[in-house]
Design a protein around this ligand. Structure first.
Ligand SMILES: NC(=O)c1ccc[n+]([C@@H]2O[C@H](COP(=O)([O-])OP(=O)(O)OC[C@H]3O[C@@H](n4cnc5c(N)ncnc54)[C@H](O)[C@@H]3O)[C@@H](O)[C@H]2O)c1
Length: 350
């Protein structure tokens, strides 16, 4: 236990946010999840709702928010291309207006603030693997730009608030992360393949399958978040967090078919515009500054994720340690009810 802080997690009912809330509660903190339920769900945090230290606020971070907090993790933003491209203007607003609002809150409350940035800031990279110094190769006008450029602008804002106002920031560049509680329909490669395999439907590969990705299991990533937030003040990031193991998308599909015992075949479709051909983090900085590196290998992580989707699709749980139905995965801490003084959004700027 690290002691009690008032911690706000925007995007707290999403895939990563729900695991982060759980981890922060386990450490004895008061946790306020702020979410507009765009891609998040109360189902992801149902098992936390009985914990008196946990609270959810339905709020869109493109509007200002006034609460008292010690730390902010800014995760709000749909992460899958399918979702962030439905309403690209809202995606830009979430990244840019949202960052301004959350940084304004951090400035006022003197809270430390963490930004969930992304490997997408590197675009379709010409440097491989990608170190933090690499400035990226992003198409500013393509269909992915609302997310990629939105996240780049958010990084700019974080560093400007840091330089101009002394706000204490932490910026993580997250590479492809997977695990339980991903949505069945979000088009992300790991969840897509598992769901298609479990349904014995053809597995869709976009491109010829030789494009590479690195896959980080969610528990490893959350450990990286906690370490980065706890790092000394000089460690602002940006810092890559991801698994440097590199796999071809085709290899992933074959592994999922084998592990699920599926009858699925593989079908190939054209690669979407601006889809990166190679992705692999250089995590030297995370190793050096945070003493962090992933510990869960792909098979192990896939096993837990497959167990989750088996449960989700059929209602039947398989015995794999670490993953049960979301309702039974967490035992709430006995704790006094300490509420955060929460006010609803008002319409003045940060
Ligand atoms: N999962 C990954 O592989 C990955 C990789 C790189 C970066 N990230 C970043 O990590 C963060 C979390 O990703 P995730 O995988 O959990 O995605 P997710 O879509 O599951 O979660 C995003 C959450 O943000 C909420 N949200 C969206 N817009 C909002 C708004 N305007 N106001 C309030 N809440 C809003 C959604 O409802 C959802 O709960 C995102 O910022 C994403 O860009 C994730």
């Amino acid at each position: 236990m690290h002691g009690q802080k008032r911690i706000m997690v925007t995007g707290g009912t999403g895939f990563l946010g729900s695991f982060l809330c759980e981890r922060l509660l386990r450490e004895g903190n008061d946790v306020l999840a702020v979410d507009n339920y765009y891609t998040g769900s109360r189902d992801n945090v149902l098992h936390l709702l009985d914990d008196p230290r946990f609270e959810i606020l339905r709020h869109d971070i493109t509007f200002p928010l006034y609460v008292e907090v010690d730390e902010i993790y800014n995760l709000a933003c749909p992460a899958s291309p399918v979702h962030y491209q439905i309403d690209p203007v809202q995606t830009v607003k979430t990244n840019v207006h949202g960052a301004i609002n959350m940084l304004g809150l951090a400035k006022r409350t003197k809270a430390k603030i963490f930004q969930a940035s992304t490997s997408e800031v590197y675009g379709d990279p010409v440097v491989h693997p990608q170190p933090e110094e690499y400035r990226g190769s992003v198409n500013p006008i393509g269909p992915r730009a609302c997310y990629d450029e939105g996240k780049r602008c958010a990084e700019t804002l974080f560093f400007d608030y840091h330089r101009q106002y002394g706000v204490e920031i932490r910026v993580a560049r997250i590479f492809n992360t997977y695990g339980p509680r991903m949505q069945t329909n979000d088009g992300r490669v790991v969840s897509n393949f598992i769901v298609q395999a479990l349904r014995n439907e053809p597995i869709t590969i976009f491109g010829n399958g030789t494009q590479t990705r690195s896959f980080c299991y969610v528990d490893d990533l959350i450990e990286g978040f906690i370490r980065l937030m706890a790092a000394p003040a000089g460690v602002t990031g940006p810092i890559n967090l991801g698994n440097p193991g590199e796999f071809q998308v085709r290899e992933l599909a074959e592994m999922v078919i084998e592990m699920t015992g599926s009858k699925s075949s593989i079908v190939y479709k054209p690669l979407p515009i601006d889809d990166p051909t190679q992705r692999k983090p250089d995590i030297s900085r995370a190793k050096q500054d945070l003493g962090w590196q992933p510990t869960v290998n792909l098979r192990e992580g896939l096993d837990k994720t497959i167990a989750y989707f088996e449960w989700k699709l059929s209602g039947r749980a398989r015995s794999v340690s670490g993953v049960r139905s979301p309702e039974t995965a967490y035992t709430p801490q006995p704790a006094p009810a300490v509420g955060l003084p929460v006010q609803q959004a008002v319409s003045i700027g940060p």
